[in-house]
Design a protein around this ligand. Structure first.
Ligand SMILES: [Zn+2]
Length: 257
């Protein structure tokens, strides 16, 4: 019921209206586009933006990558939904700087791969929203550490962040010396590191712990140097494993009979 006491129109009631961030779009036929957005309440939603290329389209210039919209989609009838209306609420102009755009695109890609059509994952949505806010205004030189922090949060959100404080084999605390394994995601102590050993520098471990324990808004003010790169080698392995887990049929193909 609305404030005036009248029930909203039935047709509008079945539409889905939500705050949405544009993740992807592609051309469809001559003048339309297919747009994939992420929403907090409904997960990913893909819809056809009819005639979005036409110069008189109300959607023109609104459904660009990473724009924030109040978007209304037609009722879900199992087929492709229609993007009925889109009101632009935020255009992230600051992200048009190449370095910021690259970082934002990377985080959006991670969230895109990890989220599903029609299944809400508020944590991932908030991660993207908060990440874009950070990447818009952090000093350019701090982008790598901010992205590293976002990668850690992402791994945490999808349940793919290994416990990197203790040896995966014996549980001993890994303070300064840790080694990564070829075949497992967790880190191990010197005793349990197979040969050849792949040591993880203590500074990289320290950075990962600090980022994990610090609020995102404080990431840009952390004093860091080249350890960002060695820490990023670790998150790259963990992310690759997380993405592979998300490939829905892969484990079926390689499963032992
Ligand atoms: Zn051990």
């Amino acid at each position: 019921m609305t404030a005036t006491g009248r029930a909203p129109k039935q047709r509008a009631g079945r539409q889905t209206t939500a705050q949405a961030i544009v993740l992807r779009r592609r051309d469809f036929r001559e003048s339309s586009r297919i747009v994939t957005c992420i929403t907090r309440e409904h997960g990913k939603i893909t819809g056809l933006a009819k005639g979005a290329h036409r110069p008189d389209s109300p959607l023109l210039g609104r459904i660009d990558f990473l724009n924030e919209l109040t978007a209304s989609f037609s009722e879900d009838r199992g087929g492709l939904r229609i993007l009925v209306r889109a009101k632009l609420t935020r255009e992230r102009r600051a992200l048009r700087t190449p370095k910021r755009f690259l970082a934002a695109g990377h985080i959006a890609w991670l969230v895109d791969v990890a989220s599903m059509e029609g299944r809400a994952d508020p944590e991932l949505f908030d991660l993207l929203l908060g990440g874009l806010n950070l990447l818009e205004r952090c000093p350019l030189a701090t982008i790598p550490q901010v992205v590293l922090g976002l990668e850690l949060r992402h791994l945490q959100a999808v349940g793919a962040l290994p416990a990197f404080d203790s040896c995966a084999e014996c549980g001993v605390a890994l303070d300064d010396q840790a080694f990564r394994q070829e075949d497992t995601m967790g880190l191990v102590c010197r005793q349990h590191a197979g040969l050849p050993r792949f040591p993880v520098p203590g500074s990289a471990m320290h950075l990962l712990r600090t980022l994990r324990a610090t609020s995102g808004r404080d990431w840009p003010s952390l004093e860091v140097g080249s350890e960002t790169r060695s820490a990023a080698t670790l998150t790259a392995l963990w992310l690759a494993a997380a993405v592979e887990q998300r490939a829905p049929f892969r484990h079926l193909i390689f499963a032992a009979n």
